[in-house]
Design a protein around this ligand. Structure first.
Ligand SMILES: Cc1cc2nc3c(=O)[nH]c(=O)nc-3n(C[C@H](O)[C@H](O)[C@H](O)COP(=O)(O)OP(=O)(O)OC[C@H]3O[C@@H](n4cnc5c(N)ncnc54)[C@H](O)[C@@H]3O)c2cc1C
Length: 399
């Protein structure tokens, strides 16, 4: 039986869990992250939505309904958390642009606009108006990216198609990691006689070194580029996840990846450890404190039965709209399905509310009750803010 003892054990390796884990490492704590799989971040655009329902996201947070988990994070701490995120990403060679005071409107692969806030620098110039000169470069056979739809929305747009001999986003991105391929691509581009204006490209500029590839291409061609995230799973989301995971490891963190929790060891109101269910071996991870960041339904942090919702690791009480007939709206795509409110209620120190059984357990991210991430467009923003704040609370506990 493997044994490890940490100041803090984080359950869930998504944006909230990794933010909490990195924050605790930065405070000099020993930290383990246990995650049964890759997080929702890998399906995302890699852009950080802080609050999409308004143009000034930071100011808009104060008008969210009472009980929204953003309300538990002091305003200064939200700013600090976002700065910490920007620094972490920049140190991981994935610099971000933007300010939490202003949203941007990016072109999507189907020509619509996505409102978001902090964006990878490869998308810094993607805030375009309808008459701006844009030339789209796409790739032969590439699915999940639709230049013709974009051209319908943006009147001053042209398009060229490059044959990269592969047609998946990951395949093309891998080719961009090769310098000779980049040379060939830049030569081809210079022969296209593209009129003045920006060059839009699907998000395939590398997997590991996107920003340096982007910079090199801009320098070689003297043009302004921007990436457009493709449909999920999208490379910028995968890059962001890899960057956060790497940042955690670089700070000495310990990862138990692909591990499910088999059982929880408790002594009174204290969690002492968890046992991992791994094929062929059983491991035990002990901690002075635990942070639950196991996400919502999509990641399995919450599980819906016919008439109730369960928290799957500790069996914590879950808030959910009582009447199942009111969980969903008739139209799947309408915002604000009531079931999105389901989650664990926490107090101001991010511990589970009510007759919560554990004193050394903290909660963060989309598993929190009333977060309504889709309705408010606050996915990674809420994960970063609550992950950071829960880590601060946890740090106070283990000090
Ligand atoms: C398709 C899609 C696109 C999105 N796009 C964006 C976007 O562009 N911008 C944005 O800001 N937000 C976006 N969001 C929302 C955003 O991705 C999430 O709100 C946010 O990343 C949630 O992070 P989290 O850490 O709370 O949870 P998750 O990302 O769900 O992570 C939870 C982790 O816990 C692990 N886990 C679960 N149960 C256990 C267990 N029992 N034991 C161990 N580990 C466990 C899971 O494997 C997972 O890794 C998108 C969401 C979706 C579904």
């Amino acid at each position: 039986m493997n044994k490890g003892t940490y100041d803090a054990v984080v359950i869930g390796g998504g944006m909230s869990g990794l933010t909490a884990a990195i924050t605790l490492c930065d405070a000099g704590k020993t930290v383990a992250v246990i995650s049964k799989g890759d997080p929702v971040c890998c399906l995302s655009t890699g852009c950080v939505d802080i609050l999409n329902s308004t143009d000034e996201p930071f100011d808009g947070i104060s008008s969210l309904p009472f009980g929204h988990p953003y309300g538990l994070v002091e305003q200064d701490l939200i700013i600090e958390a976002c700065e910490h995120f920007m620094e972490t990403a920049a140190r991981g060679s994935l610099p971000y642009a933007g300010s939490i005071h202003k949203n941007r409107h990016l072109i999507t692969p189907i020509g619509m606009k996505k409102t978001t806030c902090l964006v990878p620098k490869t998308m810094e110039h993607a805030n375009c108006d309808e008459n701006e000169g844009i030339h789209i470069v796409s790739f032969r056979g590439l699915k999940d990216f639709f230049p013709s739809y974009i051209m319908l929305q943006y009147s001053n747009t042209g398009c060229s198609i490059f044959d990269a001999s592969v047609s998946s986003t990951i395949g093309i991105a891998e080719r961009f990691e090769d310098e000779r391929f980049r040379e060939t691509f830049a030569d081809w581009l210079s022969r296209q006689h593209i009129p003045e204006g920006k060059i839009a490209i699907p998000a395939v500029l590398g997997i590991r070194s996107s920003f340096s590839i982007y910079k090199e291409l801009s320098q070689r061609t003297g043009r302004t580029f921007f990436e457009i995230p493709t449909l999920p799973p999208s490379l910028p989301g995968i890059r962001l996840f890899k960057c956060m995971k790497q940042a955690f490891l670089a700070r000495g963190g310990h990862l138990y990846w692909g591990s499910e929790i088999a059982s929880v060891e408790k002594l009174g109101a204290i969690i002492e450890g968890v046992t991992l269910k791994n094929p062929g071996r059983v491991g035990r991870v002990q901690g002075r404190a635990f942070i639950l960041a196991s996400g919502s339904f999509i990641s399995g942090g919450l599980f819906a039965r016919m008439d109730s919702v369960q928290e799957t690791v500790f069996g914590l009480p879950v808030y959910y709209p009582e009447n199942r007939s009111g969980w969903f709206k008739d139209s799947f795509f309408s915002r604000g399905h009531q079931i999105e409110k389901a989650g664990v209620e926490v107090d101001s120190s991010f511990r589970p509310l009510a007759d919560a059984p554990f004193k050394n357990l903290f909660i963060c991210g989309s598993i929190m009750a009333r977060s309504e991430v889709m309705k408010y467009g606050c996915g990674h923003g809420l994960a970063i803010a609550t992950g950071y704040a829960a880590a601060r609370s946890c740090e106070g506990f283990v000090r």
